[in-house]
Every structure is written in structure tokens, then in C-alpha cells.
Design a protein around this ligand. Structure first.
Ligand SMILES: [Zn+2]
Length: 318
């Protein structure tokens, strides 16, 4: 008898491992699907469990397994449901803000980092789940998923020293916006950025020799430093660095729009928003910059005849 119960419990565990991953499809996805499946799910789950096992096993299996027990019946409907469940730009920004607040407050949920999520990630399309693209610096003090209290398949991340938007980064962002269909792009600078500091020192003539591949990497930052100096003529020395860090974010957004007609189209159509933010490496706080500035930059770029025009590689239609 004991053996049977053990077998049934094991079967129950395996079942919940199989069933749970789909249940992790994000709060919205779960909400969206729950009402449809509840009714159909029960007949499948219960009979198996009911006969051999008595009260102990049932309560464990029922609440989690029931909503997900019958997804096979309508795979396309399921796919559609998930797609619809993706948040819009404002909701996605809200989710990022809420995640950062939990991180800062020391009460993170650590969502989507369990084995069930891994199994799900191996089976499903990240485009049905990831709700943000984030480009940020490679600095080890800027752990993207942690600081937004997010997990696997939540954020499409691009990291490069100084969070510059050159060709490779613009291409990666196009993947994030056009193929992973994330409703928001965050250009995330951070306090004490070494790349911005190095360029500031170079502009001031106090820098040191740089390895051969660093200058072409950080050359995108130089206009930001110079603009910060023009805007704040009374600020001297390293005190200009925080201003340069913010300008570098706006420069990144401008460089992206200059290089990427697809990103311009996506933002113009409202499918995604682009927002700037600065992460404070000492407090964990993400300070969000005014959203309207992105649209000002977009307008400026659209008036610039030097902007890239062909959205598709190979010069296809725009
Ligand atoms: Zn940095």
C-alpha cells in the first residue's frame, strides 16, 4: 500500500512538473487562459488521481494542474492567447518599475528562475514572453534581470561598454523590437560609468592610452561628453560625468533612430516605446528619464537627411 501511494505521489510530482511550465507563462497569460480551461481540465486530471490515492495527494495536484491540463486541444488558440497576453508599452514599463522597486526594497519575487521556467524556455518562443529589450553597460554592477526582479525569457538584453548604439547594437535592438516583439526598449545608463569617464578624461586631455579596439567602441560617447560640457559650462573636471552619462543615453537613442528605420517605424506606430533611464550602482534605483524626450529625438532624426532610410537589409522596402 505504501508503495502505491509513493508511486502515485511520484506520478503527481512528474505531472506537476509537466503541467507547471505552461502555467508560468506570465501572470497575464495565466489570467487570460484560466477561464477557458478550467471546465475542461478537471475530467482529465481527477480520475487518475482519485482512484488510487486518497485525500493527501489531491489538494496538491488540483489547483496548479487543473488550468493547464488540456492545452493540447487547441494549440493555436493557446498561442494566440499568449500573444494577446503580452503587455503593451505602458504596462511593460510599469512591470519594470515595479520589479525595480521590489529589488530596491529587498523583497524581490525572483520570478521565472525555476526549473519549470527552464523547461518552458526550451519549448516555447521567447517572443511570446519577453516584455522588454534593455541595452545597458557591461559593468558588473548592473545586473539587468536582478535589478528589474525579472527572470528567464523576460528581458532581451544587449550589453556593451558604455551602452552605445552602434551598428551591432542597433541590429540587436531590431531583433528585440521587431522579432522578439518587446513593447519597450530601455536605454539604461548607470552612475560611475567607466566608459563615459574614460571618454571625458580623453576629451579633457587627461586620459591615458587605450587599447586599439576601445576608441572605435567609445567614439559614440564623445559627442555626449562635448554636449554636456556645452550645456553646463560652469561644471568642470569629473563633475561633468553625471551630465555626460545622461547625454550618452540620449545620444544612444539618437544613434539608434539614425541607423534604424525599423525602430523609428515601430515607435511611430505605438507598438513599442523607447525610454531612457539611469541605474544608480550604489542604491539599486533606476531613475527614469522623461519619455517625451525620446519623441523629440525621433522628430529631430526624421528631419535629418542623413538618417538611414531602408528598413530592410539589402535595400528592401522601407
Ligand atoms: Zn558603464
Amino acid at each position: 500500500m505504501n508503495r502505491i501511494i509513493k508511486l502515485i505521489i511520484a506520478a503527481g510530482c512528474i505531472f506537476s512538473l509537466i503541467a507547471f511550465p505552461v502555467a508560468c507563462g506570465g501572470d497575464d497569460a495565466a489570467e487570460h487562459k484560466a477561464p477557458v480551461k478550467k471546465a475542461e481540465a478537471k475530467p482529465e486530471v481527477k480520475p487518475e488521481v482519485k482512484h488510487e490515492v486518497k485525500p493527501e495527494v489531491k489538494p496538491e495536484v488540483k489547483p496548479e494542474a487543473a488550468p493547464e491540463a488540456v492545452p493540447e486541444t487547441a494549440p493555436e488558440a493557446k498561442h494566440e492567447a499568449k500573444k494577446k497576453a503580452k503587455p503593451g508599452p505602458d504596462k511593460a514599463i510599469e512591470m519594470l518599475k515595479a520589479g525595480n522597486t521590489r529589488f530596491v526594497d529587498g523583497i524581490p519575487n525572483h520570478p521565472h528562475i525555476n526549473r519549470a521556467r527552464l523547461i518552458q524556455a526550451g519549448k516555447e518562443n521567447q517572443g511570446d514572453h519577453a516584455y522588454a529589450t534593455v541595452i545597458t553597460c557591461s559593468d558588473s554592477r548592473v545586473p539587468v534581470e536582478l535589478l528589474f526582479d525579472a527572470g528567464i525569457m523576460d528581458i532581451f538584453v544587449i550589453r556593451v561598454a558604455g551602452n552605445v548604439c552602434d551598428t551591432d547594437e542597433a541590429g540587436s535592438i531590431e531583433y528585440g523590437l521587431a522579432h522578439v516583439n518587446t513593447p519597450v526598449l530601455v536605454v539604461l545608463g548607470h552612475t560611475q560609468c567607466g566608459a563615459v569617464t574614460a571618454v571625458t578624461h580623453a576629451v579633457h586631455g587627461t586620459g591615458h592610452a587605450l587599447e586599439r579596439n576601445i576608441p572605435p567602441l567609445v567614439d559614440n560617447i564623445e559627442p555626449a561628453v562635448r554636449l554636456a560640457m556645452v550645456k553646463h559650462p560652469d561644471v568642470h573636471g569629473d563633475d561633468i560625468i553625471p551630465y555626460a552619462i545622461e547625454e550618452n543615453i540620449w545620444q544612444g537613442i539618437e544613434d539608434l533612430f539614425m541607423a534604424s528605420p525599423a525602430s523609428r517605424d515601430i515607435v511611430n506606430s505605438g507598438r513599442a516605446k523607447v525610454v531612457g533611464a539611469i541605474y544608480d550602482v550604489g542604491t539599486g534605483i533606476v531613475n527614469w528619464l522623461p519619455e517625451h524626450k525620446t519623441m523629440d529625438i525621433l522628430k529631430k532624426v526624421e528631419a535629418n537627411p542623413d538618417r538611414a532610410m531602408n528598413a530592410m537589409a539589402g535595400g528592401g522596402h522601407a
